[in-house]
Ligand binder design. Sequence first.
Ligand code: AMP
Length: 220
Amino acid sequence: MKRRGSVYLLGAPGVGKGTQADLLAKQYGMSPFSTGDMLRQARKENTDLGKKAAVYMEKGQLVPDELIIGLVEQKLSKTENQGGFIFDGFPRTLLQAQALDDLLLKKKEPKLKVAFIELSIETLRERLLGRLFCPNCQKTYHVKNYPPRREGFCDSCNKPLIVREDDRPETVERRLVAYFDQTAPLIDYYKKTGNLKVVNGLGTVEQVLNALIIALELEG
Ligand code: AMP
């Protein structure tokens, strides 16, 4: 398999990062790397990390940097990266972004390519409030924009879909505030390092996917 660098999908919750990460991973043999999925798994297994993270996740707040950076260091050191990672939901703070740059440098990985998926706050709200989630295989759907083939059931594993607890209205608002306060400053951080591409998130899943492929120069 061709060795390629990693990419990072930057954007607010609800912008479609998880869906796009899955599609890019399938198309290009890359490895999705979602700290949100890892934390949900840790909660399911009731590990120490899972218990600590639950307190923040339930409130729609970010889990502290030291927990996240520790988790990422551990996962990256264990995972083979022949096809490149697709980072989704990490980094979310400046400290995390700096930690990732250091880790990639240490592993002698190529420079991270970053795509910022842009969407208005009204559309973000609408997307988050219509979201459905498969607790078994972690796939995300949307009642209107990306419905499962059979209503209420996952296309991949056929298990019943749920509304994630952090997709409830009051938690959605807190997650959006956390994004604008703590993650949006990363747009400037990556602009300064010269590797940020902006992609319009308002379109069909296929349109956004094609825009990402072009922005991240994944073809060829
Ligand atoms: P996500 O599925 O990426 O939206 O993540 C769900 C929740 O997990 C977030 O609302 C945070 O509480 C937590 N979380 C996931 N990734 C991170 C991260 N990189 N830094 C801090 N908290 C995170």
